[in-house]
Write a protein that binds this ligand. Structure first.
Ligand SMILES: Cc1cc2nc3c(=O)[nH]c(=O)nc-3n(C[C@H](O)[C@H](O)[C@H](O)COP(=O)(O)O)c2cc1C
Length: 169
């Protein structure tokens, strides 16, 4: 799959078969995430890869819009350690770029995923820190539910010419 096909064809997949994903593919997802651009190349991220169903239940309780985890293979938590920043203030942008890269790699390899937001919800951030014994300084940005797809979605086509400004607003 070429890059444009992957970008235009990616959709949130919320129905999974429950099948396992080979470790070599999981490593590729993480390589793609860590290939993302970041401010001053600071790479302020950490990733938690969870496969345990009890952990999935705890996440679903903490963040109710993660029910697709029920049959997902992996819950990937994209985290930021602000102490790793050399250009302060950019971690959310850096980790969002990493998350999109991860989603695209998942899609390009034939799997499905949904980005589920955690930060900036204060309550949910504390709950997720508790589930994973995370240091209190570290922020979980999102949880990405990844699995073998059990649904197909067409490309969304959201292009809006009126949102494009030539030279000036
Ligand atoms: C910051 C962010 C938070 C999101 N949180 C959730 C979520 O909690 N649960 C969910 O099912 N989808 C979540 N989504 C996925 C969006 O609903 C989805 O991307 C959007 O509806 C567009 O659909 P598409 O991904 O299929 O193109 C989130 C997406 C982003 C970028």
């Amino acid at each position: 799959m070429d890059a444009i096909q992957a970008i235009l064809g990616r959709r949130s997949i919320r129905k999974f078969t429950g099948e396992a994903i080979p470790e070599k593919d999981v490593k590729l997802f993480l390589e793609a995430a860590m290939a993302a651009p970041s401010a001053c190349n600071q790479q302020p991220w950490h990733y938690i890869v969870a496969k345990n169903k009890e952990t999935f239940s705890k996440i679903m309780e903490a963040q109710p819009y993660t029910k697709m985890l029920e049959k997902a293979s992996i819950a990937g938590i994209v985290c930021a350690d602000p102490a790793l920043q050399t250009c302060p203030g950019y971690w959310a942008q850096d980790c969002s770029a990493a998350t999109e890269n991860l989603l695209l790699a998942v899609h390009a390899l034939g799997y499905g995923a949904t980005w589920c937001g955690l930060y900036p919800g204060d309550d949910v951030v504390w709950k997720i820190r508790g589930i994973f014994d995370m240091p209190k300084e570290v922020y979980p940005l999102c949880v990405v539910a990844v699995g073998v797809p059990d649904e197909e979605k067409p490309p969304a086509n959201r292009y809006k010419q009126e949102r494009v400004h030539e030279e000036k607003w």
